[in-house]
Ligand binder design. Structure first.
Ligand SMILES: CC(C)(COP(=O)(O)OP(=O)(O)OC[C@H]1O[C@@H](n2cnc3c(N)ncnc32)[C@H](O)[C@@H]1OP(=O)(O)O)[C@@H](O)C(=O)NCCC(=O)NCCS
Length: 203
């Protein structure tokens, strides 16, 4: 994947993933400044973002408008029947084409929309895309050892525990361990249509 590769639209049974656009500025701004979500999802300290910065990223077509990261992309997670209304963010980061790996990070932002299988479906769509379309060999996740829902999700997805990055991040009051989970292409069973244009073709 290069910076010019168009980003996909992926559709599952209940969830669709699409490119962020200008009308998502409010959603992204709320997510960028949602301390609870940021604390759960990110290992680094939360840096509040100004509306102008979000809008600049959207106008310039930044591929990761929430984090501002390079070397990957973020897609809006929406209900499949309501594409204008994002409920989450799904990203592949540090896409390394030479070694065929990338880090996955996806979240359902509103707590009341969690625990309904939407995070699972989001990850399945993105992992299928990573293996089937990007031709990657390994997808991995770095999860805080305190993040019980994300640990359970990795287990449910069939990720293997690959280890612990001990005291990998410096916090204001100490150090943070990160658990590394990974799945290899040969271990993964694709669950959605290869084109991503239709509904799921395999249960
Ligand atoms: C982690 C997250 C993406 C999971 O998405 P979700 O839609 O809530 O999870 P799902 O409903 O798809 O559940 C997936 C699995 O996780 C388990 N799970 C979900 N919420 C859980 C919780 N609060 N505690 C323990 N396990 C939980 C479910 O039991 C399910 O496994 P099962 O089907 O075997 O029962 C979501 O909670 C989230 O966005 N959290 C905040 C941000 C974050 O932590 N992002 C991930 C960063 S690595």
């Amino acid at each position: 994947m290069t910076m010019d590769t168009p980003l996909p639209v992926l559709r599952g049974e209940r969830i669709a993933l699409r490119v962020f656009c200008l009308r998502d500025a409010g959603f992204l701004l709320a997510a960028a400044n949602d301390a609870d979500y940021q604390r759960a999802a990110f290992a680094s300290a939360v840096v509040p973002l100004a509306p102008a910065e979000i809008e600049r990223r959207l106008r310039e077509g930044h591929r990761s408008p929430l984090t501002g990261a390079y070397g990957g992309f973020e897609l809006a997670v929406t209900p499949v029947n309501d594409p204008p209304s994002p409920i989450g963010v799904a990203g592949l980061y540090r896409v390394d084409r030479d070694n065929g790996n990338a880090e996955i990070g996806a979240s359902i932002i509103a707590p009341e929309q969690r625990g309904q299988g939407l995070g699972f479906e989001t990850h399945v769509l993105l992992i299928d895309y990573a293996f089937e379309h990007l031709g990657l060999h390994r997808v991995y996740a770095h999860v805080k050892s305190s993040n019980a829902p994300a640990l359970a999700l990795c287990d449910r997805l069939g990720f293997r525990v690959e280890g612990t990055l001990r005291q990998h991040r410096r916090l204001a009051d100490g150090w943070l361990d990160l658990r590394v989970f990974g799945v290899l292409r040969d271990e993964w069973r694709p669950r959605t249509c290869p084109t991503g244009d239709g509904g799921p073709c395999v249960g």
